[in-house]
Design a protein. Structure first.
Length: 196
């Protein structure tokens, strides 16, 4: 009987102690949370993280125009059917807002084109061949060579590859018995062998 009374007294005392600890702990927990939010109240998407998600032509234009200037904000917006970007810098007197189209074109503040995008940012591909190249994407000398040698032949598919320091277009025709595969360098030269 005495053991039950001691156990019950301990239990009531422990509950009171626990309640006091929770009440006092909650007060300091609220203070710690308020301090934490005061120190860390910035958005999770930083300008650097947004820059990394921009299309490569947009990144190239920003680097070309502003170098390593500190970016404070990047806003993406739509105008008609095109996506545009506004880049704000830490020093707006030196670097006013920069407007860039998805293709890398530099825009005036009224969103007219100030400087067109470069035709092709990289000449040599890396990481392997590019498949399903469109006929409209071929350089003029390659198109002229194909038209001159295989007039009337129907193209099945075109791949773009690099052989050493040379860009080569591999053209496969739908009738390979009469029109064998062609390897054409970007200057229009027909090559008969694969890479060495």
């Amino acid at each position: 009987m005495a053991l039950k009374r001691v156990s019950k007294t301990l239990s009531v005392g422990a509950q009171a102690l626990m309640t006091a600890w929770i009440i006092s702990g909650c007060g300091s927990h609220r203070d710690a949370t308020a301090e934490y939010h005061a120190a860390y109240d910035f958005p999770l998407a930083s300008p650097g993280a947004r820059f990394a998600t921009l299309p490569p032509p947009v990144q190239h234009t920003i680097r070309a125009e502003a170098g390593s200037a500190n970016i404070t904000d990047i806003k993406k917006f739509q105008r008609r059917d095109e996506t545009l970007y506004r880049v704000d810098f830490a020093n707006p007197e030196l670097y006013p807002p920069l407007y860039v189209a998805t293709d890398g074109s530099l825009l005036n503040p009224n969103l007219t084109v100030a400087k067109g995008a470069p035709a092709d940012i990289s000449v040599v591909t890396s990481g392997g061949p590019v498949t399903n190249v469109k006929l409209s994407e071929l350089p003029a000398p390659v198109l002229k060579t194909i038209s001159g040698r295989e007039a009337g032949a129907e193209i099945d598919y075109i791949n773009k590859d690099t052989w050493g320091d040379r860009v080569v277009y591999i053209i496969t025709f739908k009738d390979p018995a009469h029109h064998p595969r062609m390897h054409v360098a970007s200057d229009g030269t027909v090559l008969n062998q694969g890479p060495k």
